[in-house]
Write a new protein. Sequence first.
Length: 254
Amino acid sequence: MRRLFPVTDQTDETSVREWGLGELADAYAYPPDATSWLRANMVSTLDGAAQHDGRSHPISNDTDMRIFGTLRAVADVVVVGAETVRQEGYRPARAREAFAERRAAAGQSVAPAIAVVSASLDLDFSLPLFTSPLVPTLVVTGAAAPADRVAAAEKAGAVVVVAGEGTAVEPERVAPALAGRGLTRLLTEGGPRLLGQFVAAGALDELCLTVSPMLTAGDAQRIAWGSALAVPDRFVLASVLEEAGFLFTRYRRT
């Protein structure tokens, strides 16, 4: 990673240095007393685009990806929408040697599980995400999800988690349902539709937002999409890092 330092310490020459993975993991540690904590990690351009040509990678950079990996490495489970799985070609999370000791000490599995949120379970269960994960992939759905698709998921080795009474997933029930399986440190990487549902339900505890120093114009989605809140939900700034014009911010619910 290139030079990464807190914005408020830019004049302090001792802070202008590389941050090790351990330091990043400490900076992004989950609250130790939280029984369940849902964190989101997203990237946005200066004009609010969460994607370019349908993907987030073009508006990211190496340090953003390093933080992305660190956030995964400290999480129990990565929660993602079915459409994002299809568009981004999601694969199983991998074990990272640099975080092995930290995860073992925290009682975590060797890698975070992936939890795919889907009402229809219209997923390709032959993908590596389901056939070869280090930790079984979960699918989060409603109690009335199509029985044949539930059976297909279970046949593929996925763990089906119910978080809703009907076919749809109730976003406010996702974190409690996963916490009931011992997965209390949650990270969602979107997409914008899923994040919008968590925001609308008041279920999001923290947002890690990378502000990319780019302009794209166009009609790309924002980081959260869906029904608007009647009253904006106020978050407070917990930390900010800067490198090469990229801002790596972290906001928590008030």
